[in-house]
Design a protein around this ligand. Structure first.
Ligand SMILES: [Zn+2]
Length: 76
């Protein structure tokens, strides 16, 4: 089983973890609503989990242009 982090903005693979067990509280999932989890976390039939996150370059862009972030939410 692997956990694959994908940037939700540019679709880049941010990172990949091969873990048997992941403490989701460490990932900050406790702060997410169920709806957000459904949207961000996708389970694959082979046991892999993909998680929509944000890569460093997009994070930087959003940090410089916070209005992009609002736009992104608006589109969704
Ligand atoms: Zn990105």
């Amino acid at each position: 089983m692997a956990i694959i982090y994908t940037c939700r903005h540019c679709q880049d693979t941010v990172g990949k973890l091969a873990e048997q067990y992941v403490d989701t509280s460490l990932l900050g999932w406790d702060y997410l609503t169920i709806e957000e989890k459904k949207e961000m976390i996708h389970y694959h039939s082979n046991g892999d989990i993909s998680i929509q996150t944000i890569c460093e370059s997009c994070q930087e862009t959003l940090g410089q242009h916070p209005q992009y972030h609002e736009l992104d939410y608006f589109i969704q």
